[in-house]
Design a protein around this ligand. Structure first.
Ligand code: 0RA
Length: 637
């Protein structure tokens, strides 16, 4: 034990104290997320050792009491004395802020860790931390307590086989700092560790949970990001069986790209730099996208897959159905953007473009069959885009003027979108009740008539010319197509209120398809809801109880029977049968109603069903819906 503190000791302790005073500055937050961040700081150091080529196995263990242990089989942290601090290198790494690689003597490259300060921050925020280094036949050990105070100096505690090398770090997060929770989530850790294994081919990473129900997962992907794409596309109809893989490097910057097309209409493109997800994209992603658009267009023209009169394929066209992983390793990444997840290094754009275009050209040349399939998909995408554009043009600008629609739309008086809601209601009679039962300050009503059903046999493009649909578009206020602007949405909640029967299902499918194709950002932002009108009314004495389904009804009836209460059950036939008061009480009143949020997946499903319903024959369609009742019921939102 040290008896006295030297000046440099005091400086060190002040540094760690600063971390404890403002942990958010170093790990972003002290929530559950920040807690998991501690693990990433330690794991990142081991991954760096793997990137340097000296480590191929990392074990993460959640011990009882939520102690974390991270073991690697790298060279082991250096055990000598650090010139600058006069302390051992290990003590320096764990107690001096920003120590990182500066003390590692060259070989130790700091990865892009969000804060890059790593081990000392984890130590500062732990009740205790122990490090064991296996090197040259010795086991070196040091322990720290109470936010990073060393308990003794680095010492050899035993001998080991000279073949054994590596570093093991264990720590217990300090509950005084992590007040919300110090309990780790297995899946959170497993998901990120799997991602790290995909991004670092050949690196084995395991996660063991020794708390209540012991479990272990192990990730090792010799195919790296190829296997990442394979996993993402597991449930898709892929257009070519082999995943395309391209790699290359320039000036110490390496690029890897893997991709595969499917029949999907959307795309999944994920990019990373130094194993960190770059959600906001950046120069690596820009370079690859630019190359993709250019090379596909060249190939399509040269092989007459795109007609002379056709416009060039756009970026959106060539990305339709694309699943792609982009991984860049950079010695000095600059992260920009709102969440610092956008790669800013300008030189990467050209390197990414060069590497990817060369690899893609070669693939297309060597695989003409696959090339043709891919190009045909992108050309189809461009035709669909043009058709949709034309359809939008049929919705003329003046039609989109709100004042033309006051006849149909009963607007609310508030003009503050954050408190406004619009109910899209099936039928005039339900619309009438809804108008009477609403809160006129914040709730707008837009009734749709039965004839909207007829547009189903037309293409959705033509449906956009339909008056009722135009009134929906108009009411939203966002515009459509190139002019779409989510900020102009006039209502925070768009609530679809339809009956639980076949006609109601019809309207829901149509509306969701419309939203999916033309207003997807509104769905993504969580603005679309389905009202859930009750199916039964149970009356006993003066009480009225509304329930959403049979199960709820049976439960309530059983309860009444037990108490020997007399009651009456009525099946609610439709919205139109409810009076204003009932509708308000069961479906509209903010305090009492139950809404279901519509996800993009709900809308995508509806879009699929809609395509099935495109047949011309009304009777056929009705039959289709009835025979697919179960499927439609899934949309029975
Ligand atoms: C600097 C130099 C050397 C190894 C390391 C750092 C190292 C750090 C960590 C952190 C976790 N695991 C690690 N493994 C290695 C190599 C020193 C040498 O061999 O001369």
């Amino acid at each position: 034990m040290k008896e006295e503190y030297s000046d440099s000791d005091i400086q060190v302790l002040e540094g760690l104290e600063a971390v404890r005073k403002r942990p958010g500055m170093y790990i972003g937050t002290t929530s559950e997320r920040g807690l998991h961040h501690l693990v990433w700081e330690i794991v990142d150091n081991s991954v760096d050792e793997a990137l340097a080529g000296y480590c191929d196995d990392i074990e993460v263990i959640i011990e009882k009491n939520n102690v974390i242990t991270v073991k690697d089989d790298g060279r082991g942290m250096p055990t000598g004395i650090n010139q600058k601090t006069g302390l051992s290198t290990i003590e320096t790494i764990f107690t001096v802020l920003h120590a990182g690689g500066k003390f590692g003597g060259g070989g130790y490259k700091v990865s892009g860790g969000l804060h890059g300060v790593g081990a000392s921050v984890v130590n500062a925020l732990s009740t205790w931390l122990e490090v064991r280094v296996y090197r040259e036949g010795h086991v070196y050990f040091q322990r720290f307590e109470n936010g990073g105070h060393p308990v003794g100096e680095l010492e050899v505690i035993e001998d080991c086989s000279p073949d054994r090398t590596g570093t093991t770090v264990s720590f217990k997060a300090d509950p005084e700092i992590f007040k919300e929770t110090t309990v780790y989530n297995f899946d959170t850790l497993a998901n990120r560790l799997e991602e790290l294994a995909f991004l670092n081919k050949g690196l084995r990473i395991s996660l063991t949970d020794l708390r209540e129900n012991e479990k272990k997962k192990e990730f090792l992907y010799n195919g790296g990001i190829i296997e990442f794409v394979e996993k993402l596309n597991k449930n898709k109809n892929v257009l070519h069986s082999d995943i395309v893989y391209v790699e290359g490097q320039e000036n110490g910057i390496s690029m890897e790209v893997a991709f595969q097309y499917s029949t999907d209409y959307s795309n999944q493109i994920y990019s990373f730099t130094n194993n960190i997800s770059t959600y906001e994209g950046g120069t690596h992603e820009d370079g690859v996208k630019r190359a993709l658009t250019r090379i596909i267009n060249n190939y399509a023209r040269n092989n007459k897959l795109l007609k002379e009169k056709d416009d060039a394929l756009t970026g959106d066209d060539v990305r339709e159905g694309l699943t792609m992983i982009i991984s860049c390793k950079h010695p000095d990444p600059q992260f920009e953007g709102q969440t610092k997840t956008k790669l800013g290094n300008a030189e990467v754009r050209k390197i990414a473009d060069d590497v990817f275009s060369e690899g893609l050209e070669r693939f297309l040349m060597e695989n003409p069959k696959e090339a043709r399939i891919i190009i045909e998909k992108t050309v189809q995408a461009s035709y669909a885009r043009l058709a949709a554009k034309k359809a939008r043009e049929t919705v003329r600008k003046k039609d989109l003027d709100v004042s033309n629609f006051y006849g149909k739309l009963t607007d609310c008086s508030s003009k503050d979108p954050s408190e406004c809601e619009i109910f899209i209601v099936e039928g005039d009679s339900a619309g009438g009740s809804a108008k009477k039962g609403r809160n006129s300050m914040t709730q707008a009503i837009l009734p749709l008539r039965g004839k909207i059903l007829n547009v189903e046999k037309a293409r959705l493009d033509r449906a956009l010319g339909n008056d009722e649909i135009k009134s929906i578009i108009t009411a939203f206020g966002t515009g459509i197509g190139d002019e779409f602007n989510l900020d102009k949405l006039r209502y925070d909640k768009i609530i679809i209120m339809t009956d639980a029967d076949v006609d109601g299902a019809h309207i829901r499918v149509l509306l969701l398809t419309l939203f999916y194709r033309f207003f997807r950002p509104i769905v993504e932002a969580g603005h679309v809801f389905a009202a859930q009108p009750p199916l039964f009314r149970i009356t006993h004495g003066k009480n009225r109880k509304y329930v959403l389904d049979e199960a709820e009804r049976d439960e309530y009836v059983a309860m009444l029977n037990e108490k020997n209460v007399k009651f009456e059950i009525a099946r609610m036939k439709g919205l139109g049968e409810m009076d204003a008061e009932e509708l308000n009480e069961t479906t509209m009143d903010i305090e009492k109603r139950v809404l279901r949020k519509i996800t993009v997946e709900d809308a995508r499903l509806a879009d699929q069903v809609f395509s099935e319903l495109m047949g011309d024959d009304v009777e056929e369609r009705r039959k289709f819906i009835e025979s697919n009742a179960q499927f439609v019921k899934n949309l029975d939102i």
